[in-house]
Design a protein around this ligand. Structure first.
Ligand SMILES: C[S@@+](CC[C@H](N)C(=O)[O-])C[C@H]1O[C@@H](n2cnc3c(N)ncnc32)[C@H](O)[C@@H]1O
Length: 291
């Protein structure tokens, strides 16, 4: 396979960029139910909340959470002092969950009533906003994009959203968090959910490429109702886990300067065992030429 094409200049057709950004819409199962199950799985993840709270404190001003999902990070960002939060996602079902989350938390509800929280349905590869932000976050989003071309579009879009001194945090799975081999269909987890019982199975196939690991990930979620009937929800995702070097190179192409590379939310150095690969970047500021 040849080297991936680079995106065209502005005005040229960008076929890839027109692809759907709603990761739940193309699935056979009901997107609302998939979004509910997504929350059941992701809401338990809290080890990164202190990290994002701290970034909201370090990079004062507004925060744009690109690929915000159901708004898992919002409370931490608000607690860190974000003056405004814009949560962007391509999935209306996940944004509806984010809205319900805001309604259910007094501090978020009040912030929204004061115009400090806004939700927007948009594609992170093409988003434009009139305002600029002190902090842009892309947590777990790059892996859902199709590869380097899409990632470059998203990083460039993020740069345009930042104030000149703003900060972009890109957070993906690190080398130590990636699956070391293919996994056959097997049970991931099972748990009670109100009067329902959920059984989640998944399988994955991995493929090493020069720009990172490609993973075909398929899930099969059985929702067992109290009366014994079962709703079976299949879903599949193509995921891409770039190497740190590829991500840094793409950030450079997007006219961002990388200020830090970390292997965990505790800011440990990135190595082969790191669970995360986190890149912190700022817009490149071109100095005026002196005569
Ligand atoms: C793994 S989830 C992470 C959610 C959230 N950032 C968090 O950390 O909890 C990835 C999110 O990216 C969103 N997403 C994927 N591709 C997108 C695109 N092209 N435009 C907008 N959102 C996208 C998905 O809908 C999903 O909510």
């Amino acid at each position: 396979m040849g080297r991936p094409r680079r995106p065209g200049r502005r005005g040229e057709p960008q076929a890839e960029a027109t692809r759907l950004s709603d990761i739940l819409a193309g699935q056979a199962g009901d997107p609302e139910l998939l979004a509910e199950i997504y929350d059941l799985e992701h809401d338990a993840v809290d080890e990164d909340l202190a990290f994002y709270r701290e970034w909201a404190r370090r990079a004062p001003g507004g925060v744009i959470d690109l690929g915000c999902g159901s708004g898992r990070l919002f409370e931490a960002l608000l607690a860190g002092g974000a003056t405004r939060i814009v949560g962007v996602d391509g999935s209306p079902s996940l944004l509806a969950r984010a809205s319900a989350r805001i309604d259910g938390h007094a501090s978020l509800r009040e912030a929204r009533a004061r115009g400090r929280i806004e939700l927007a349905e948009a594609d992170v590869r093409r988003i434009r906003r009139p305002e600029r932000f002190g902090l842009a976050i892309m947590a777990g989003v790059i892996s859902h994009l199709d590869g380097p071309e899409d990632a470059l579009r998203a990083l460039s879009a993020a740069r345009h959203l930042l104030e000149p001194t703003g900060t972009l945090v890109v957070d993906v799975l690190g080398p130590g968090g990636l699956p070391p081999h293919d996994l056959p269909l097997s049970i991931d987890w099972e748990r009670d959910w109100g009067d329902r019982h959920i059984v989640r199975r998944s399988r994955l196939e991995r493929r090493e490429t020069p720009e990172g690991l490609r993973v075909a990930y398929a899930t099969l979620t059985d929702v067992v109702q109290a009366d014994g009937t079962i709703a079976r929800l299949p879903a599949s995702f193509r995921l891409w886990y770039p190497r740190a070097a590829a991500l840094v190179a793409l950030a450079g192409e997007a006219e961002l300067v990388v200020h830090g590379i970390f292997g965990s939310h505790d800011l440990e150095a990135l190595d082969d065992d790191s669970e995360r690969c986190i890149i912190v970047a700022r817009p490149r500021v071109d100095r005026p030429e002196t005569e």
